[in-house]
Design a binder for this molecule. Structure first.
Ligand code: AR6
Length: 231
């Protein structure tokens, strides 16, 4: 090792090196960290059209608040492409703060294929859900429900039929779900964020005072839910 690495050096770069090394050798994946890990998407910033600067400020704020309360567990912000503006903003903002880059980093990949394609073990993944907790719709919600199969829909319905914006619901994933079998995911945490899209229910019509409060509540509920699993 060549001494301390900055957040941006670590995060994506190191993990992509791991990923490159992983190609065709999934059986060696156990050599990667087995610390409890929550992978989460940026809540509300795509279909729900929440401002990216404000959202990334809140991600950093809430990560800083929780990262020291979860022992050796890790928080990983995920997005689909290297061009993600969200990931760039978070990397830039995190590098200016004193956040342990082993416990919080960003990762490029499909949140439903983090282990099989990326070699990153995440026992818990978060879903940017809708208030009805319905499968489909697009974005990460459609991807997670589709990858998890009907087992997730059944397990979700056992817990709740709806979820208020700003809150989270921890759902243990049945062991017959492909997401459990192939990716090692034991829990999905549904989170409903604030909506700024006039074509979706509960639109806040650009009220960012309320929107920022709801987004803070959403991340707090998500990280508390993860902490309750890890404990
Ligand atoms: N893996 C990782 N990240 C993803 C994936 C994936 N497979 N798919 C999308 N993202 P969005 P929202 C990123 O729109 O804005 C749904 O229809 C994406 O690039 O999924 O909270 C629900 O039913 C973005 O950074 O969630 C709700 O109605 C982030 O995930 C509504 O959309 C969130 O994008 C929620 O909208």
């Amino acid at each position: 090792s060549e001494g301390p690495v900055s957040f941006s050096d670590n995060a994506v770069t190191v993990l992509n090196e791991q990923k490159d090394q992983m190609v065709g050798m999934n059986s060696n994946a156990a050599s990667l960290s087995d610390a409890p890990t929550l992978a989460f998407p940026s809540i509300s910033t795509s279909d729900f059209q929440f401002d990216h600067e404000k959202a990334t400020d809140i991600i950093i704020e809430k990560v800083e608040e929780f990262v020291d309360k979860i022992g050796n567990a890790r928080l990983v912000l995920v997005d689909l492409t290297h061009r993600s503006k969200i990931l760039s903003l978070v990397k830039e903002k995190a590098s200016k703060r004193n956040i342990d880059s082993n416990k919080f980093f960003t990762f490029v990949g499909d949140i439903t294929r983090l282990y099989s394609l990326g070699g990153l073990r995440c026992n818990v993944i978060a879903n940017a859900a809708n208030w009805r907790l319905k499968a489909g719709g697009g974005g990460v919600n459609a991807a997670i429900f589709s990858a998890a199969g009907p087992a997730l829909e059944v397990a979700t319905k056992e817990q709740a039929n709806s979820l208020l914006p700003g809150s989270a619901l921890v759902v243990p994933l049945p062991s017959n779900s492909p997401l459990f079998i192939q990716e090692g995911v034991t829990h999905v945490i549904h989170v409903v964020g604030p909506n700024m899209n006039p074509e979706r229910p509960n639109c806040l019509k650009n009220d960012y005072l309320t929107g920022c409060k709801i987004l803070r509540d959403a991340y707090a509920s998500l990280f508390e839910g993860f902490a309750s699993i890890v404990r």
